[in-house]
Design a protein around this ligand. Sequence first.
Ligand code: GLN
Length: 503
Amino acid sequence: MDSSKIRTALALSERIRKKEISVREGLDATFEIIDQKEKSLHAFLTIDREGAYKEADRLQEKVDAREMFGPLFGVPVAVKDNLCTKGIRTTCGSKMLENFVPPYDATAVQSLKDAGMIIVGKTNMDEFAMGNTTETSYFGCTKNPRSEAHVPGGSSGGSAAAVAAGECLVALGTDTGGSVRQPASHCGVVGVKPTYGSISRHGLIAYCSSMDQVGPIAGNVTDCAALMEALCTWDPKDSTSIKRGSLDSLTAVKQGRLDVPTYGKRGRLDILSSLEDGVPGMKIGLPKEYFSAGLDPQVAASVMRAAETLERHGAILKEFSLPLFQYFVPDYYLIACAEASSNLERYDGMKYGLRVPGSDLHDTYRKTRTQGFGEEVRRRILLGTFALSEGYYDAYYLKALKVRRLVANAFDDALKEFDLILGPTAPTTAPRLGEADQDLVKSYLADVYTVPANLTGLPAISLPCGVGEGGLPIGVQFMGRRFEEALLFKAARVLEKETCQNG
Ligand code: GLN
């Protein structure tokens, strides 16, 4: 059996568990494609061939001993390079951490291992996850596998490109303002930003902690759902991690104390089990503001076609007006930079990471941080420090927090009327390499559709809905109520069956 022909992670795992192919053979197919494509693509920063084969042999013993397996058992997976991996270099796309080898695994990485998945390597990303093209990586850009003259999006560009190129079937990204969904959209794959608190942030190198969230990336909706289920665990090591469906949370909801999940048997998500339910009666809102100036007409047309497909399958569509649209991006960037300036303070050349010795302590700090961080990271630290300084804190940071609350209220109000909010993931298809640098403000503004899910903590999914000029993919995005990822996946599955080859 030629395992390179297996196109989904679930199918690959099934074949492995039925012993139709070995775990090693599954891995061979992955490395074969990596060897073919990596030279031009540059999706990976580190490849752990030796570790992966060692793990494959260990897993094969489990198959042979007929031990219990999950639906992703034996599947190779790529991990974004801002998630700590024990014994594997974790750079965050930065010179600052070029030689950093973590002594522990991030909880999300541990979840992959618990699911019997094999980590094949670490993927390229914008430095410290700041960017939307993967061009701010200290190690050079990744190319978009659909067209190598274009960026893959970012900041999880390496993960999205690796999946799109078939270098792996599934990958982990992280999403602070769209970094899973936007590269998924630009590369023509599926990406999810879960409800804040769903997947542990322990071991994720912090950018903006109140918005950072790990998210699954896959070539199709079902694989993405399976990976999501494997990742959602309660983690005492992350104080913002949420216990789904636990007795405690159910009591809290009944008492009106907390907004925590009520679905799922025995604390499980039940996304896969409801995936094929369809969308009859589902109420879907289309914000008028999303379809205004700035949106590429070919993207608008594709997204509208996706909405009509759902309508044909029984969903009820309605346009509505979403307030505060013009504040999404400034609000996001203010808060993100403020938190980044505080989070990145730890890179001082003393504890770990790069050290550039200076004439005294302060000179060492200055030299280390000037040489260790790239231009975009330095810009954001400066902006954030300014916004948090005495005299400006109230005018900028505190104001931004108030706006964030208003944005959350606006979405909560809309989601009282609608089950889902549908819109584009990005205003255009993937830009050309080097294009974003020419107009930074325009590049920031391109995050307008993705940042609200992070400001509000709501879940969102991006999946392919068409192709634009030059064969570049177009993505559609659904946002839903907290902990109702299952609805997003159901709608996505309906659409995928009509539009994608992999469905
Ligand atoms: N493009 C956004 C930024 O640069 C989002 C990044 C992210 O989600 N990590 O902040």
